[in-house]
Design a binder for this molecule. Structure first.
Ligand code: ATP
Ligand code: MG
Length: 562
């Protein structure tokens, strides 16, 4: 899987060139800088893989830095989740770093800017700041406070820090150029008063640095060489560079932008995912239908499949919507190799083998993987009463239906050939049971007389199978682009994205299943035990819950072709 040749992308070329020219003494230091205001999604995986892979490939280092300069929305649970998710993805980050650890130094940098005449305390209110800023087509106007003397600025900034002002009364702004065609350079705010308690610094600060100011300086303080970020920061790069040039900083990292990942049939933005969770369209942040990494993990995605997907889609300057089918095919490639095969019946139909001895239980040998001998075999049991899939029987089957029908013979996987003799129905005409006969000469599935039996179906022994609940998932949204034409993506939710099947029957060996371990249920897809399965203490005796990670084939691609 991982062996797929990773094409060198443009960022890799830049880094190689820098190493060749001995820029940064040939060192490579990157960082992944999440804001701890939500859970990571598959889009973040692109950035994680890129940053860690570049560091690993060139013997460098990648820091995990929490960009926690906005105390209002940041929480410890997000920090914990982000750390464990990155480890799960397979990356090592050493001690996590926090932008908030630099608050003292950032404050000193702000003072340095003021002293150099490159920042001033502005007393315009938010509305006026906006008015003075101008628009994309009109230049801005200088704030009346722009020429405040340094001494007064220092005094006011100190008082801001000491909590003497209310939120919005004053801001600290970089003095750059109100007429710049780039609005980010029109005297951006670099500090604001915020009377909020911070998860790490508590009530120490009454002012907090803005993202643009925090980010470039944090990069520099950590000795980052290549600051890789998504394209929306392209217009912020001049501010990134201005700030580092204006101050005496340890180093000047190079910001390089790349296109964000977008995938069809889903949304990748913390804000939108939050809406889905908060309005209960899904069941929590780790709902297996969500593209959050916790949700994908719970659904049964492997870290290898996600890393491989990120490799396959590559890194470029041009954004595009990637087909969900590609992600799923990376997943299938990985699971196909790893997942042992088992049998499970999702919609059980009872079968009585009328000529099979009463009270006999036979052990049969089943292979755990059709291609991988080394995965071995296991014993499965067979008896007079078994379950097959309701969908594998038709009372009036068309010719091409090679499964069970009245009078038809079919192969039970790893067991015998059986023929349907009788269909038993209840009073309302529902089929409740099939009466079959088996051919004792066909143990293992082959007829000694060489007669051809096309269909093979899966089954479980009614005597020792386990009852389970199985969740089947479909696309979360109905359309490729849930937000086409600016519509509310909530209206595009697929009402059939979750099907919950009760009383499924699974072979006995699955009693040992553990979350995170994938199984192929033959003919049905890849499944895993739900990780929330065991920890809901309130109903300790309920049936285990399995999630279908992905089907065996891409049913959607087929439907489109039709
Ligand atoms: P969202 O828009 O989902 O809230 P974000 O950009 O606000 O995401 P951050 O925590 O700031 O989330 O992101 C950390 C890093 O992950 C940033 O460098 C950001 O560029 C990157 N990132 C976020 N979403 C994507 C994506 N869809 N594709 C690639 N990189 C992404
Ligand atoms: Mg962001």
């Amino acid at each position: 899987m991982e062996a797929k040749i990773e094409k060198g992308h443009f960022i890799e070329s830049i880094i190689k060139e820098d190493i060749k020219n001995n820029k940064n003494n040939g060192k490579v230091v990157t960082r992944f800088p999440p804001e701890p205001n939500g859970y990571l999604h598959i889009g973040h995986a692109k950035s994680i893989c890129l940053n860690f892979n570049m560091a690993n490939k060139f013997n460098g280092r990648c820091n995990l830095r929490f960009d926690d300069s906005n105390p209002a929305k940041e929480k410890q649970i997000f920090i914990d989740s982000i750390k464990s998710t990155i480890n799960w993805l397979g990356f090592e980050f050493g001690t996590p770093l926090f932008a908030s650890d630099y608050f003292d130094r950032l404050y000193d940098f702000a003072v340095e800017l003021i002293k150099k005449g490159k920042a001033y305390v502005c007393s315009l209110n938010a509305g006026d700041i906006k008015k003075y800023r101008g628009t994309l087509t009109e230049p801005g106007k200088d704030s009346p406070y722009r020429e405040r003397p340094v001494k007064e600025n220092i005094k006011l900034f100190t008082r801001m820090k000491n909590g003497e002002f209310d939120e919005g009364e004053h801001t600290l702004r970089a003095k750059i150029d109100m007429k710049s065609p780039n609005i980010n350079l029109r005297d951006p705010i670099i500090y604001r008063v915020k009377k909020a308690s911070h998860p790490r610094t508590g009530d120490k600060w009454n002012i907090y640095p803005m993202y643009d100011f925090t980010h470039c300086l944090s990069d520099s303080l950590e000795g980052i060489t290549h600051s890789l970020c998504s394209l929306e920061f392209e217009d912020h790069r001049p501010l990134y560079d201005w700030t580092l040039d204006a101050l005496e900083t340890p180093c000047h990292p190079q910001q390089i932008e790349f296109a964000r990942m977008n995938i069809n049939y889903t949304v990748l933005s913390k804000r939108k995912l939050q809406k889905l969770v908060e309005e209960n369209h899904v069941n929590g942040w780790d709902d297996p239908r969500l593209p959050t990494l916790e949700g994908m993990r719970r659904r049964g995605y492997t870290p290898e499949s996600i890393r491989n997907f990120c490799n396959v889609i590559g890194v470029s300057k041009k954004g595009s919507r990637i087909d969900m089918g590609l992600l799923e095919s990376c997943l299938r490639d990985d699971l196909n190799v790893k997942a042992p095969r088992v049998m499970g019946v999702l919609k059980p139909l009872e079968v009585i083998i009328e000529n099979y001895p009463e009270n006999l239980t036979e052990e049969l040998t089943a292979r755990n993987h059709p291609q991988k001998e080394e995965m071995g075999t296991r014993k499965i049991t067979f008896s007079k009463q078994i379950y097959v899939e309701q969908d594998d029987f038709m009372e009036n089957p068309p010719k091409k239906f090679f499964r069970l029908g009245p009078g038809r013979e079919v192969r039970l996987r790893y067991a015998y050939l059986v023929t349907c003799k009788q269909v038993i129905k209840d009073e309302s005409g529902n089929i409740i049971r099939l009466i079959c006969t088996y051919d004792p000469e066909t143990r293992g599935g082959n007829a000694p007389d060489g007669r051809k039996v096309k269909g093979t179906i899966h089954w479980v022994n009614a005597n020792d199978c386990i009852d389970a609940k199985v969740n089947l998932y479909d696309r979360l949204f109905k359309d490729e682009n849930p937000e086409q034409g600016n519509r509310d993506f909530i209206e595009n939710l697929n009402p059939g994205s979750l099907k919950e099947l009760e009383l499924c029957k699974l072979e006995k060996s699955l009693i040992n299943a553990r979350p995170g371990k994938a199984y192929q249920f033959e003919r049905l897809g890849y499944f895993c035990l739900d990780s929330k399965n065991k920890d809901s203490g309130d109903t300790p005796n309920r049936d285990p819950v399995f999630n279908r990670t992905v089907t065996l084939r891409d049913a959607w691609a087929k439907m489109k072709k039709r």
